[in-house]
Design a protein around this ligand. Structure first.
Ligand SMILES: C[S@@+](CC[C@H](N)C(=O)[O-])C[C@H]1O[C@@H](n2cnc3c(N)ncnc32)[C@H](O)[C@@H]1O
Length: 368
């Protein structure tokens, strides 16, 4: 068993929910805003690269000793850390500049060309860590523990998938790939990807299908718009070129999400989707009619999907977040219907909101 510190991405509850769904048998030791601590009997490196919401993982090296500097020197020498950074978490009286300068002086007699990078806002960003090949030690005074950063997310790969797809449709409110990956993991849970079937019935430009395929899921995507179907196919073919390893097959075609049972005959295990969300910034008076229309569309689709899903399936939906009490009624009616259809909601109140975003979403997990 070893202790690991997971740094959670921008939306902490959503990032934590993703880890918990993938590791249902493990409870975090503790969670502290953007950090979650787990005791694991395996190295979480391959899991880490599958997560959308975790940015950095550090492994416990040892408990802190009252004399911090000799402990840090020993560990940095053992790690042959010629470029190092000491990040400090929790209340402390250390002077970060003199600590780094003093460590550099001591290390210089043992290692060649030693340099350091100072942490910013408490710890080093994953981007700097990856680009500069820095050995980061994290002194966590809240847990009296020293950690070593062992993994950072692949910042560039996320940016490329977000911005360099051949088909981009900003007006449809494209899903950020990280949120798409989190949604796929919320649905996948502890299932294995082999033999698990995946459907996005409002596939848009194919972001969810791309992230599902990168996890190893065979995917089906459908959309009412012929342009979106063609765009999704272009994006999935492009994905195959930038990830030349054998990605699982995909099938994408035009269909109305409320009539899929007429076409799809394979039992579906996972439905993960961001359905049509309505106009981007509707005025308050218009919101009630929009909420009513979306409620009808989502309910029609959910009822039709009952005919194509496998007995133990999971549905993850991004639902627009309306805050007005009259429009909220339609959301509550939708949830009531899902309960009547025999679903449970294993995690509630998952929001994906950003200060200036045109659309605020809530993520609903329905499980049976
Ligand atoms: C919000 S977009 C999905 C965006 C997608 N997640 C992405 O990242 O590109 C919603 C999609 O639903 C499609 N759509 C709207 N009504 C539909 C229906 N009844 N059946 C299937 N697709 C529909 C639209 O063409 C649009 O592509």
């Amino acid at each position: 068993m070893s202790e690991y510190l997971f740094f959670l991405g921008q939306n902490h509850p959503l990032s934590l929910a993703e880890i918990k769904r993938r590791l249902p048998q493990v409870e975090p030791i503790t969670v502290n805003a953007d950090r979650a601590y787990f005791e694991l009997d395996f190295a979480p490196l391959s899991l880490a690269s599958q997560l959308g919401g975790t940015t950095k993982i550090a492994q416990k090296l040892t408990d802190l000793s009252p004399d911090l500097e000799p402990l840090l020197v020993d560990q940095l020498v053992a790690l042959k850390a010629s470029t190092f950074c000491i990040s400090l978490i929790g209340p402390h009286s250390q002077n970060i500049y003199s600590l780094h300068a003093s460590l550099k002086e001591k290390l210089s007699s043992v290692l060649s060309s030693v340099r350091y990078i100072l942490p910013k806002d408490g710890h080093l960003s994953p981007l700097v860590l990856a680009r500069q090949h820095v050995t980061e030690l994290i002194v966590d005074f809240t847990r009296n523990t020293l950690y070593h950063t062992i993994w950072v997310h692949d910042f560039n790969a996320w940016i490329i998938r977000d911005r360099q797809n051949p088909y981009i449709t900003p007006r449809q409110g494209m899903l950020p790939p990280k949120l798409a990956r989190i949604m796929v993991n919320l649905a996948l849970g502890s299932r294995t990807t082999a033999d698990t079937t995946f459907l996005d019935p409002f596939c848009g430009s194919g972001t969810l299908l791309s992230e599902a395929r990168l996890l190893g899921l065979s995917t089906i995507g459908t959309d009412l718009s012929a342009d979106q179907v063609k765009g999704t196919i272009d994006n999935l073919n492009w994905l195959g070129k930038i990830y030349p390893q054998n990605l699982p097959p995909f099938s994408v075609f035009g269909a109305d999400a409320t009539h899929l049972s007429e076409i799809i005959k394979t039992p579906i295990d996972l439905i993960v989707t961001e359905p049509y969300l309505g106009p981007l910034t509707p005025s308050l008076p218009k919101q009630m009619n929009i909420a009513k229309g979306l409620y009808k569309l989502y309910l029609g689709a959910l009822k039709d999907w009952q005919k194509i899903v496998s007995p133990h399936h999971t549905i993850v939906l991004a639902y627009p977040l309306f805050e007005d009490s009259k429009t909220l009624k339609y959301f509550h009616d939708f949830i009531d219907t899902t309960l009547k259809l025999g679903y449970n909601q294993p995690v509630k109140n998952l929001l994906f909101t950003r200060p200036n975003a045109k659309i605020q979403r809530q993520i609903i997990i329905l499980e049976r």
